[in-house]
Design a binder for this molecule. Structure first.
Ligand SMILES: NC(=O)c1ccc[n+]([C@@H]2O[C@H](COP(=O)([O-])OP(=O)(O)OC[C@H]3O[C@@H](n4cnc5c(N)ncnc54)[C@H](OP(=O)(O)O)[C@@H]3O)[C@@H](O)[C@H]2O)c1
Length: 294
């Protein structure tokens, strides 16, 4: 019988990719995807019950309140899901590998190419809850925290990734202003899933960054995406974060993934080439993790 790997947040973007790519990248595991509909992870009694039911040998914790706006609106909820539920799980998994997905948003964005030893200084509630949860998880030397960059992909509900957000917004007639002075290292969600499955097999716990190898502005990302979603072309315009009003936004969240890269059998791709190549195949560009394009 194969050991059981439990993936929380399985109805979300990255959890969805982990479950759907398991047949390809994680054949040694029996993978159970857990959705909120099956269990609300903020209920400790339920989480314990789940534990008794599944007896997992690995947990990859993707469930989160992952939208920065939602976290600003309800700090208490953000804390319950992102910190408290993570603590319940980290406690239950004390004797097995536990992989917690954190975020580039733990940084303030005042420098480029963050490495794992850089200090955190989150500017928003989402980043604060992630930074707090990281500390909880890293108390156990057998556990891992992976800070994920902006992920592009197709979610089970078609409304989770930043790409889906952009396409849905323009379909409603919204014009999008994309900042030329805000930088990220986007990564295809399928690649993320492949890297995470490989990471699990390496049994090297600790803190890691996992990002694409290109540092691109939001505007550059939008211009690239036009190749895949031509409907964006006339609906995106360049702008400056200096003219933006709202909760603080970290200007540069580029992350260096060298520590993770050293464990992987494949090169983490640059988003630019990935999109250019993907636009020439005609396939779903986010759905072919580790295809022969790499
Ligand atoms: N996607 C990115 O670009 C990105 C970047 C950096 C870090 N991350 C991190 O990576 C992880 C996965 O992100 P994602 O993009 O896959 O997020 P997502 O699409 O928002 O998925 C999160 C999932 O968690 C579930 N969830 C929320 N509250 C829950 C609760 N109380 N009990 C059980 N399940 C609950 C959600 O359920 P519902 O479907 O019912 O809402 C959703 O399916 C998160 O920790 C996120 O912070 C993501």
């Amino acid at each position: 019988m194969k050991p059981i790997a439990l993936i929380t947040g399985a109805a979300g973007l990255i959890g969805g990719y982990l479950v759907r790519t398991a047949a390809r990248w994680a054949q040694q595991w029996e993978v159970h995807g857990l959705t909120r509909a099956e269990a609300d992870l903020t209920d400790p009694a339920l989480v314990k019950e789940l534990w008794r039911h599944h007896h997992p040998q690995l947990v990859v914790h993707c469930a989160a309140l992952s939208r920065t706006g939602a976290c600003e609106q309800d700090r208490a909820l953000a804390r319950r899901i992102n910190v408290d539920a993570t603590r319940y799980l980290a406690d239950l998994t004390r004797d097995i590998p536990f992989v917690f997905l954190s975020s580039d948003q733990v940084f303030d964005g005042s420098k480029a190419w963050y490495v794992e030893t850089d200090g955190v200084n989150p500017l928003n509630v989402y980043g604060q809850t992630k930074a707090e949860a990281e500390q909880v998880v890293l108390q156990n030397p057998a556990h891992a925290v992976i800070r994920i960059a902006l992920a592009a992909g197709t979610s089970p509900t078609r409304d989770r990734s930043f790409v889906e957000d952009m396409v849905r917004a323009v379909a409603k007639g919204t014009r999008l202003t994309l900042f030329t002075d805000e930088f990220r290292c986007p990564i295809p969600a399928g690649t993320l899933a492949r890297a995470l499955w490989e990471f699990v097999e390496c049994q090297q716990p600790g803190l890691y960054h996992l990002a694409g190898s290109d540092r691109l502005s939001r505007w550059e990302i939008g211009e690239l995406l036009v190749r895949l979603y031509p409907e964006l072309r006339s609906k995106i315009q360049p702008g400056s974060v200096a003219d933006y009003q709202g909760p603080p936004r970290p200007p540069d969240l580029s992350m260096c993934s060298d520590k993770m890269q050293a464990l992987l059998s494949f090169r983490l791709p640059g988003f630019r080439q990935w999109v250019i190549d993907g636009s020439q195949t005609g396939n779903d560009p986010w759905d072919e993790p580790g295809s022969d394009r790499q």
